[in-house]
Design a protein around this ligand. Structure first.
Ligand SMILES: Nc1ncnc2c1ncn2[C@@H]1O[C@H](COP(=O)(O)OP(=O)(O)O)[C@@H](O)[C@H]1O
Ligand SMILES: [Mg+2]
Length: 141
């Protein structure tokens, strides 16, 4: 397990940028934590760490954004996913084991579909700008 106390959005982004170096192709990152805890901010750092400097925003309406880094990063927002049919339509299952790293916001929505070696990134608010980041599961268990 990895725990980190972030003091600001920039801090979370920098932490994620460094953490990206520990990821491998096919890793699935399941984010947990409510609105505004910093999930998208974390993914922005991941994309930078993996070498994609493009803009990272919440894929709320598109459901998935892909970043052309190595490995490829696929960023999902499952907020509106309510059924297995919905999930199939996102292409989620087609992205698994393609070599891409999957980063999934609102992973609580697809709990039963997550692989057994999923890496959970739990963010918890600690004051206005503080965040507790807890990474567990898979080889971070
Ligand atoms: N320590 C922190 N880490 C991440 N975001 C923070 C932090 N402190 C304040 N923030 C702010 O919280 C918001 C997080 O937004 P976002 O990353 O989109 O969250 P989520 O995707 O979880 O809804 C941003 O406005 C960001 O500036
Ligand atoms: Mg978000």
């Amino acid at each position: 397990m990895i725990t980190y106390h972030s003091a600001s959005a920039a801090d979370t982004e920098a932490f994620a940028r460094d953490f990206a170096a520990r990821l491998r192709p096919n890793d699935v990152l399941a984010f947990r934590g409510g609105l505004g805890v910093g999930k998208t901010t974390f993914v922005r750092g991941l994309a930078q760490g993996l070498g994609d400097g493009s803009e990272v925003s919440s894929p709320t309406f598109a459901i998935v954004h892909e970043y052309s880094c190595t490995p490829r990063l696929c960023h999902f927002d499952m907020y509106r996913i309510a059924s297995l049919d919905d999930l199939y339509s996102t292409g989620f299952f087609d992205y698994l084991e393609t070599g891409a790293i999957l980063a999934i916001e609102w992973s609580e929505q697809i709990e039963d579909a997550l692989p057994p070696d999923v890496i959970t990134v739990y963010l918890r608010r600690d004051g206005e700008d503080g965040r507790q980041i807890i990474i567990s599961g898979g080889r971070f268990e």
